[in-house]
Write a protein that binds this ligand. Structure first.
Ligand code: HH2
Length: 273
């Protein structure tokens, strides 16, 4: 399976690492660290050296309860960083729910659209279709980080998430989006038990026939399972969870700690091969 990212191809025959670059003041684990262009560029270079196959640039925290950011503010955070990163030898993804931001990021040359709104706004699919770039469709019960945890109620979380992703993928492809990547949205309107169930049965999402992205890096679920309170110290738990996802067929892992994940994957894949 190959992901076509404009003029670049990403071979998904083995799991790939998407390095997280949050250019926000308030992200849950790294807010305020990379919100200047120079610091963001330095961080991107470091993640590439550690083995990142993609860099995901985001200008709005979507942690539970996060306050929304105006499009103008998000644009100001994200666009200069994308511009600075484009000359680097790595595909860039833009993590946004807003068509205004997506439009400008794709016009600049971003290679992938990461929509935690799950393409609920039809303008997002139209933009990806026009620019011929793939979209990450992520599940959240509502497109609102502030209230999503009030909707953490499912009869069968895996069946419901798979049905949503299948529906959104079909309509995206019908709208001309060239390829989709599916993401169960760990932590988005989901409690520990839901996240665990999704991880255990991730093969049911993989069976939908599209590449699957898993994003558990440093999240609350990892803290709940390990007792590690400081998100930046949840590295071992994050690597273990992502290896479990890779074993069930996930092909893109969205991570903060690239070096640790690259080491884990190197061993995992040597044993598998
Ligand atoms: N998680 C976060 C943000 N974007 N995108 C996808 N596709 N999947 C995810 O699981 C996902 C995502 C939240 O994590 P993070 O970016 O580390 O924090 P914050 O939202 O506080 O910036």
């Amino acid at each position: 399976m190959v992901l076509q990212l404009r003029d670049r191809e990403l071979d998904l025959g083995r799991p790939r690492l998407m390095g997280i670059l949050n250019v926000t003041p308030d992200s849950f684990s790294d807010g305020g660290r990379y919100d200047r262009v120079e610091a963001a560029l330095e961080r991107a270079r470091q993640m590439i050296a550690e083995g990142a196959d993609l860099i995901d640039v985001g200008g709005e925290s979507t942690r539970p309860g996060a306050a929304p950011v105006a499009a103008a503010e998000e644009r100001q955070r994200v666009l200069p960083v994308l511009e600075a990163l484009l000359p680097l030898d790595v595909p860039l993804s833009v993590d946004t729910r807003k068509p205004e931001v997506a439009a400008e990021a794709l016009a600049l040359g971003a290679h992938l659209l990461n929509d935690v709104g799950g393409l609920r706004d039809g303008r997002m699919a139209a933009l990806a279709a026009r620019h011929r770039v793939p979209v990450v469709i992520m599940h959240s019960p509502v497109n609102d980080p502030q209230t999503m945890m009030q909707h953490a109620r499912y009869d069968d979380v895996v069946v419901e998430v798979a049905a949503f992703l299948h529906r959104q993928a079909e309509s995206a492809l019908a709208a001309g989006v060239p390829q989709v990547v599916l993401d169960p949205g760990f932590g988005f309107g989901k409690k520990l038990e839901h996240n665990l169930e999704l991880l255990k049965r991730l093969d049911e999402i993989v069976a939908l026939g599209h590449p699957v992205l898993a994003g558990l890096s440093r999240k609350r679920t990892i803290g709940e399972l390990t007792g590690v309170e400081d998100p930046a110290k949840r590295v071992c738990g994050s690597v273990t969870a992502h290896l479990a996802a890779a074993r069930r067929g996930a092909r893109i892992l969205r991570v903060h700690d690239v070096a640790a994940h690259a080491e884990g994957l190197a061993v995992e894949w040597a044993v598998k091969g």
